[in-house]
Design a protein around this ligand. Sequence first.
Ligand code: F6P
Length: 321
Amino acid sequence: MAKRRIGIITAGGDAPGMNAAVRAVVRTGIFCGFEMVGFKRAFGGLLDGDYINMTARTVSGIINLGGTILRTGRCPELKTEVGRKKALKVLNELNIDSLVIIGGDGSLAAGNALSKEGVKVVNLPATIDNDVAGTEETIGYDTALNTAVDAIDKIRDTAQSHERIFVVEIMGRHHGFLTLAVGLASGAEVIVVPEVKLDMDDLCDKFRYASSSGKKSLIVAYAEGCGNSFDFAKQIEDQTGLEVRVSNLGYIQRGGIPTARERILASIFGAEAIGVLRENKTNVLVGIEEGRIKLTPFDELPKHERKFDVEDYKLLQRLSI
Ligand code: F6P
């Protein structure tokens, strides 16, 4: 009898730990007797029929690598009916009935759309933004958090030496989850996130007070989703007369060696994806909640949107006096 064939895709922004997840999916799949196929360049490779047959050896030596060996990308074509039909045709030709998709929100939308066309889909959440519904943590988040904190530790040296305010821009297209965690871990005096309305006058009072009470340098962790950080910095300078610099941490947050925690999470998620398909469960997101694996059917995901942790936000404010 022909072996069941399962496709793997990494999609959207790359996230450290994607490779560890690919490795776990491939090796668990092989262990279970499946044939594993990796599509290159995310859904672009699926549409072009550009794939590699994955063996236990094709994933050797990748658990510690950032990025994704399968490459990634964003694929507007898959949002169209024509694109999805093309994807189905390729999957049929290759005899692939199931897909494990590793990525963020966009990948989840793509997975959901393909599942409605009859493909058996399991999504693994992977994005440094940590903003995927149905999980408390995504693959890539812990490494990005550590990278950003390490960078801010260094920025603090120069901020203190020059007695300056530093606005440090943290990635996060729509949300401030990463910024909040980075702020807490780096001891930032202020965080600016899309989830909390900003009162510029209050903020500038805080900066003036800090300066007059002996705090000469400050770190503002500023979420990308709040708009241009240089305009924000200029506004502070204009309103307070204090010296402000901007450091946009940018894409370094997406790269680098995945942390041990990341690799473990990715390995558990990857193995679970195959377990799910093996039990013929399908169209679910694998996530984690209170330390346990949690499966959420795609249809229920809107009820499990991640909430911004207001208590952590208040804690940061209390600790930054
Ligand atoms: O979703 C991850 C992320 O890095 C966001 O934080 C950021 O807004 C976006 O991707 C950048 O996307 P691109 O790689 O297309 O520039």
